[in-house]
Write a new protein. Structure first.
Length: 365
């Protein structure tokens, strides 16, 4: 049994990055060019329980360090705000909202309000397939998965019963998520409901962090936070960044430049986000049960092995990968074609790769 987190690869001649020991450690390196901005890279390990990699072009190492220090601090702030499991001194986060369900509205940071409002919008866009109010159901699956992780003997792994899932599903109505923009408060009207923002939080954070970096003057970078890839501008020579989609049928524990991919796309001010059934799962009686739960069945969605979305906004792309993963191909295709600037790639369970009408325009093949 294993649980994996997907790490997007930088296919555009990615630098070898030295990994420093210790949680939160970062490394940086530069490649020389005759003139103009230098190419630098760094790695962080302490945000969103995954690996963050950044490649950027800056005029000096001092400028790169300044940018990365600020980007890292931003990521850590979003990590703490969107955490549903841990408390932090002086921080009101999503866990605080869950703890106060049915008790009282909670005054929150604008960074939480913006993320939740995007999730509400994407609930409508995906016809409920993206539902952050499913915390009660997702927590059941989380607990069974964590129990399996803690036990080296797969034969002891268990599945939730339909009865306990159905009971939890009675507390997943997103209408009970009450947001007051003027008061800057969030209230869960159902005392037994909880939010799980795993399908939106990281993507929204990556988008906000990238925009903040641009506002500080960063003009050329490729950011990867786990499976969320965001390009800022192009390389200094005008060449696009390139992002890759890992082959879900030949996935390795860590995605490297030698890993198998099913597609590579050119990226400039675009995001590429992938969700797959090979990323986080556990095994019961030889069957893999992944973390992408279909609201209609309350069980892992069974339409695809992987879905990737290319869009200008990382938060939107993050939401869409989950929503599309939980709906039939034809419905997903119709949805993508209705959205401006959005393209998608589906890896079906029978080994096919299907793309939206505009995907090939971004292809790096």
């Amino acid at each position: 049994m294993r649980v994996r987190r997907f790490l997007s690869v930088f296919l555009a001649a990615m630098l070898c990055v030295s990994l420093l020991a210790g949680c939160g450690a970062a490394s940086s390196s530069a490649s020389s060019t005759a003139d103009g901005p230098q190419r630098y890279s760094t790695v962080f390990y302490d945000a969103f329980d995954t690996v963050t990699q950044v490649i950027a072009y800056c005029d000096s190492e001092e400028e790169f360090t300044r940018q990365m220090d600020a980007l890292h601090a931003d990521l850590l702030e979003y990590h703490e705000l969107y955490d549903i499991y841990n408390d932090y001194d002086g921080i009101v986060n999503v866990k605080t909202i869950n703890d106060k369900a049915g008790v009282a509205p909670v005054t929150v940071d604008d960074k939480i309000l913006g993320m939740l409002e995007l999730a509400q919008k994407m609930y409508d866009t995906t016809d409920g397939k993206l539902n952050i109010a499913m915390g009660s159901v997702l927590n059941i699956w989380h607990n069974y998965r964590e129990a399996a992780l803690a036990d080296e003997d797969d034969s002891n792994n268990q599945l939730p019963t339909q009865e306990e899932l159905d009971a939890a599903a009675q507390h997943c109505d997103i209408a009970n998520l009450i947001i007051d923009d003027e008061a800057k408060t969030v209230y869960l009207a159902d005392p037994d409901m909880s939010l799980d923002v795993g399908s939106v939080g990281k993507g929204y954070a990556v988008e906000m962090v990238a925009q903040a970096a641009e506002a500080r003057g960063l003009t050329s970078a490729l950011i990867s936070v786990g499976g969320n890839l965001r390009a800022i501008g192009t390389k200094p020579n005008g060449v696009d960044w390139v992002g890759g989609v890992e082959n879900p049928w030949d996935a390795s524990d860590v995605y490297t430049s030698s890993s198998s991919s099913v597609a590579a796309v050119k990226m400039s001010d675009l995001s590429l986000v992938t969700s797959g059934d090979y990323q986080r799962y556990y095994v019961v009686d030889g069957v893999r049960y992944h973390h992408l739960i279909d609201p209609a069945t309350l069980w892992p969605a069974a339409y695809f092995d992987g879905v990737s979305v290319l869009a200008p906004d990382s938060g939107v792309a993050d939401c869409l990968t989950t929503g599309l993963f939980c709906m039939p191909l034809e419905k997903g295709q119709a949805l993508v074609e209705s959205l401006d600037g959005v393209e998608a790639l589906w890896c079906t369970t029978d080994g096919q790769v299907v793309t939206s009408s505009g995907w090939n325009a971004h292809s790096n093949s």
